[in-house]
Design a protein around this ligand. Structure first.
Ligand SMILES: [Zn+2]
Length: 197
């Protein structure tokens, strides 16, 4: 956009920083906001600020929440003997959407990636290893990638030291594709077909 408004230009440039949003999409969104009523835009702006103010990490599982421990960790209806390990809260949300899994979660916050200088100590792995009392099974649901595999192997080794069953979700999800984009049926099958490792 060769816009005559520096302000509009700034909005486009800010929106372009969002994940998955290129310059063209940023322009489209900018025009969309311009056409919206002031109250609609205010609502969005307020929600953004409120999210930043109120959303925190659960002290137990590191999921996003407004109250810590989160509603999953404090629920009486969840199976507390199973913990599913995921990379990010978006993966947890995808699994929750599938509606089949009734255990607890642990969000490690990424994957071990020596090339990027990310080691186990940079993730919430120690916190996971410290909450395994009375846990019978840990299901690893990292994304199918080289780093996901490295992370799985590391977790497997560390968790096995506590004599706890470790399994991994089935490989219905193709290598390189993200868990958060898997459809519900694929996710349900991936859990049902999980293998002990
Ligand atoms: Zn939690």
């Amino acid at each position: 956009m060769s816009s005559s408004s520096p302000l509009l230009e700034k909005l486009v440039s800010e929106l372009s920083k969002l994940p998955g949003i290129g310059r063209k999409s940023a322009q489209r969104l900018s025009f969309y906001f311009l056409k919206q009523s002031k109250s609609e835009v205010e609502e969005l702006a307020r929600t953004l600020i409120e999210v930043k103010d109120k959303i925190i990490s659960c002290e137990t599982c590191f999921n996003f929440t407004e109250i810590s421990p989160c509603s999953i960790c404090s629920s009486e209806h969840r199976n507390r003997s199973v913990i599913c390990v995921v990379e990010e809260p978006t993966d947890l949300m995808a699994i929750e959407r599938s509606g089949e899994y009734k255990g607890l979660y642990h969000v490690i916050g990424g994957v071990i990636s020596p090339l990027d200088g990310i080691g186990p100590e940079d993730l919430h792995i120690r916190e996971l290893l410290n909450r395994l009392d009375s846990v019978e099974e840990v299901i690893i649901a990292t994304n199918p990638s080289i780093e996901g595999e490295t992370t799985t192997l590391y977790l497997q080794r560390e968790i096995k030291k506590q004599n706890i069953k470790v399994s991994r979700i089935a490989r219905g999800i193709p290598m390189g594709s993200a868990l958060e984009h898997a459809d519900q049926v694929t996710l349900v099958r991936a859990f049902e077909g999980r293998m002990e490792i």
